[in-house]
Design a protein around this ligand. Structure first.
Ligand code: BG6
Length: 281
């Protein structure tokens, strides 16, 4: 294991679950962990607060399988695709950690690169500080236009699904993937059954109001026109081998990306950057 990118007292590289390599980051405000497998942020916690990201205790940590929880990177397609892995291959690929920096502010940045045989160059930049900032960039080095879907599929830890509300998506049109219809609502979201909604044409900041943890989690984004809200609820949880039957009350996914009608077309030489900042107060 190369330690060249370690920053004493701030960034170490250690074997994680399943022997997969992970990077542990410490800043004056927070702790984080990021696996090379999927360039997957599995942990972000502000000092004195419960973790901001949910991780399933049933998650697998093996080559070829996605990690359940944290922030899976969805690329180059979102959802199922005949004959190919759901949500693309980025979350099951081993990325390279190419750069690390300790900034004068005390923030730590890490740059990951997705080894690829095609002409798309994909990088993931993570900045750990008082907030967690993530940036997924895709550059088309080929001579033809190509279309991709991107998404940072963030799982948030919450005190209780019955107590939280989600604001920011009022009056935004969404496809309800459970009922297979398109809809919109004017009130904050309260979850009391399976929810799988793809909101399109929205750049809105989303807040998760969590009275149990006495905090609001804020998800701000840039370069993103879609937001997905997902909770598997009871029956789907039972069908998922890598998710505990009783974990659904403690998580909600608010995912930021560009999917379905918001897929990004990149001409030769063009670059698209999807940014997400997670904060709490
Ligand atoms: C969400 C999708 O983004 O991811 C859901 O909208 C899906 O339909 C969920 O069930 C989890 O997907 P996976 O492939 O990680 O089980």
């Amino acid at each position: 294991m190369s330690n060249a990118l370690e920053i004493p007292g701030h960034l170490t590289r250690v074997p994680g679950n399943g022997g997969l390599l992970k990077t542990k980051v410490e800043t004056p405000w927070s702790h984080a962990e990021i696996y090379l497998h999927g360039a997957h942020v599995t942990h972000f916690q502000k000092l004195g607060e419960p973790p901001l990201l949910f991780m399933s205790a049933a998650s697998q940590f093996t080559e070829g399988s996605p990690i359940r929880g944290g922030v899976p990177i969805i690329f180059p397609w979102f959802g199922p695709r005949d004959g190919f892995p759901a949500h693309g291959y980025a979350r099951t690929s081993t990325w390279q950690l190419t750069e690390t920096h300790l900034l004068p502010s005390g923030a730590v940045t890490l740059r990951f690169s997705l080894p690829s045989t095609d002409a798309l160059h994909v990088e993931f930049l993570v900045t750990v500080a008082e907030t967690l900032h993530m940036e997924l960039s895709v550059t088309n080095h080929s001579t033809v236009a190509t279309q991709v879907e991107t998404c940072l599929h963030s799982y948030f830890q919450i005190s209780d699904i019955a107590a939280i509300s989600i604001t920011g998506l009022e009056d935004v049109s969404f496809t309800d993937q459970v009922a297979s219809l398109t809809h919109q609502e004017s009130l904050p979201i309260h979850i009391s059954s399976e929810v799988d909604r793809v909101y399109t044409d929205t750049r809105a900041t989303v807040d998760i109001l969590d009275p149990g943890f006495k905090r609001t989690v804020r998800i701000e984004k840039s370069g993103s026109d879609s937001t997905i809200v997902w909770n598997p609820w009871i029956e789907k949880s039972k069908r998922m081998a890598d998710f505990g039957d009783d974990e659904y009350p403690h998580m909600v996914c608010v995912e930021s990306g560009n999917v379905a009608g918001n897929a990004v077309t990149l001409g030769p030489g063009e670059k698209a950057v999807l940014g997400v900042r997670v904060s709490s107060f």
